[in-house]
Design a protein around this ligand. Structure first.
Ligand code: ASP
Length: 565
């Protein structure tokens, strides 16, 4: 399919496209004028059948797999005509996102989208191969489950047979996979759809796919090794890349050194905390700050003009980032030092800064200050932006990292309560259990969890934890999360009940499958790896969903019909 003709002297050429590539068809006016006329009437995206002789091309196209050959056509049948498509079906299409989604069947005809879907299929196949070889069993869990208040918002489904009651679509199979561990299926996995009613971004979809896993009788080390093994296997068998052993970093170190729990390790620029040597010189911006912290960019002192600095400062001051200002120190090639804080710091003092940062001639130190958490976040944004602007990231480079020892609980000032940093089933570290059972409010903030994330190139690929398998500890956790005994029983009674029948120690992890596809292909949007994605308003543009339903349907479901609707 995909025929369109070009005429050149007595010859007519047609590009014929199918899943396997583009083949050039040739029609010769002198040999068969009627056939040639027929070819000239072909339009874009017509579906045709052609017979002829395959021969070597005189002018080859090295950019195409099939560019060495052409077909000298002897007969041609039009199987179906096509309207002119609303955008060009080529690598660089002129179609906007919504248009491409509306005509997704045309968009998928583009080789790059096809390649993405083929990649996804191979990745799923390799996942199944690896995990089954490791003894995992693929088990399906239900999609119509119970709504829970924790985590993101649920999509709910009204029940006709139980008027006024609702199912929820699973945000993940979390409780079911834990129940499977109690049920003795000690190595479970599933490549599974999950549903979360969240605000959308390029890397988020309301329905997405996870590689979801759980194992019984394991320690953290068993899980990390198994899933590091899976990741290495996937890279090797789809991209042909050997990844070395993955480094590990604690959550605290990740925040201190990169201001992020998913640091991009494809380039350096670790944070250097400066409270010890930058405070106390009369510069009130620093003196009054909880944290003064900086990064060093190599070799840009001469390259970065005052205008570049102004641009960067304005970029940081945008409301999305919200930095008050940017302090910088340029160590010029000629040995001189230019800075925005020369009034408060002598050249000797600034030379000392250079030593702390390992800065040399030609380098620039950028410094932010303020409330610690906020400042770290802002400096993380600056670091990533400099990575992009200075092109520090090599295409095809992959830097995986395990981030470990996340806090168990997060205090939400506004809501006045704790939230689980991972989810309510995550176990505190063994050493922290006594403090959790008897500690005060402040103690709870310092509890660490047996939780881990896999990060690749600054994207969170997966996360998991060792779970609580003890009823008392689980009840305590629900209590800390603000559930009354009755609420916990109503929501999670089945799990607490299961824990009374010999629950083994267990833990697991889930990988974001769509994101893994995108990251492995160096892309940031997961949409192009999903056959039928939704747009930013959560709409399926092709089938036009969501949509109203008939009044009778609502009545049947026992749902109130609002007047005027
Ligand atoms: N269910 C968790 C999630 O969706 C993953 C896990 O803890 O295994 O993030």
């Amino acid at each position: 399919m995909g025929a369109e003709s070009r005429d050149l002297g007595g010859l007519t050429f047609v590009d014929l496209r199918d899943r396997y590539g583009i083949t050039q068809l040739v029609f010769n006016m002198d040999e068969n004028a009627a056939l040639c006329e027929q070819a000239r009437r072909l339009g874009r995206e017509f579906v045709i059948q052609a017979e002829g002789v395959v021969r070597e091309r005189s002018s080859k196209n090295p950019n195409r797999a099939t560019g060495d050959i052409e077909i000298d056509v002897r007969s041609l049948t039009v199987l179906n005509e096509s309207k002119v498509p609303p955008f060009t079906i080529e690598e660089d299409t002129d179609g906007g996102d919504d248009l491409r989604m509306k005509y997704r069947y045309l968009d998928i005809r583009r080789a790059s989208v096809q390649q993405n879907l083929i990649f996804r299929s191979r990745l799923a196949l390799e996942t199944r191969k690896y995990l089954s070889e490791q003894g995992f069993i693929e088990i399906e869990t239900p999609f119509l489950i119970k709504s829970t208040p924790e985590g993101a918002r649920d999509f709910v489904v009204p029940s006709r047979l139980n008027p006024g009651q609702f199912y929820a679509l699973p945000q993940s199979p979390q409780t079911f996979k834990q129940i499977l561990m109690v049920a003795g299926m000690d190595k479970y996995f599933q490549i599974v759809k999950c549903f979360r009613d969240e605000d959308l971004r390029a890397d988020r979809q309301p329905e997405f796919t996870q590689i979801d896993c759980e194992m019984a009788f394991v320690h953290i080390e068993d899980i990390l090794n198994t899933f590091e093994g899976l990741t290495k296997h996937l890279f090797k068998h789809t991209l042909g890349l050997e990844l070395g052993d993955f480094p590990r970093m604690s959550y605290d170190d990740a925040m201190r050194l990169y201001g992020s729990d998913k640091p991009d390790l494809r380039f350096g620029m670790q944070f250097v905390e400066m409270n010890d040597f930058a405070k106390g010189s009369g510069f009130s911006v620093f003196d009054d700050a909880e944290l003064v912290v900086g990064i060093c960019a190599k070799g840009i002192a001469e390259k970065y003009s005052n205008k570049d600095m102004k641009d960067l400062t304005e970029w940081l001051q945008r409301p999305q980032i919200g930095a008050k200002g940017l302090v910088y120190v340029k160590y010029q090639e000629d040995g001189s030092i230019k800075s925005t804080v020369g009034k408060y710091y002598s050249d000797e003092a600034l030379q000392q800064w250079a030593e702390k940062f390992g800065a040399q001639k030609g380098d620039v130190i950028f410094v932010l200050s303020g409330e610690a958490e906020k400042t770290r976040k802002q400096l993380n944004e600056l670091r990533l932006e400099l990575g992009r602007r200075l092109e520090l990231i090599r295409p095809g480079d992959f830097k995986p990292l395990w981030v470990l020892d996340f806090p168990l609980l997060e205090w939400d000032e506004e809501a006045g309560r704790f939230f689980a940093m991972h989810h309510p089933f995550t176990s505190p570290k063994k050493a922290d259990i006594p403090r959790m059972m008897s500690g005060d409010h402040e103690t709870m903030k310092s509890l660490r969890a047996d939780a881990y994330d896999l990060v690749i190139n600054g994207a969170e690929i997966g996360g998991g934890s060792i779970r609580i398998h003890d009823k008392e500890l689980q009840s305590k956790n629900f209590d800390l999360l603000g559930f009354t005994k009755e609420e916990a029983e109503a929501q999670f009674g089945f799990l607490l009940g299961a824990f009374e029948y010999g629950a083994p120690p267990h833990g697991g992890i889930a990988f974001g499958f769509d994101r893994l596809c995108a990251v492995m292909n160096g892309q940031s949007s997961i949409r192009d790896f999903i056959a039928f994605p939704k747009n930013n308003q959560g709409r399926d543009m092709m089938i036009d969903a969501p949509s109203p339903v008939h009044e009778e349907q609502l009545q049947e479901l026992g749902l109130e019909v609002k007047a005027g609707k």
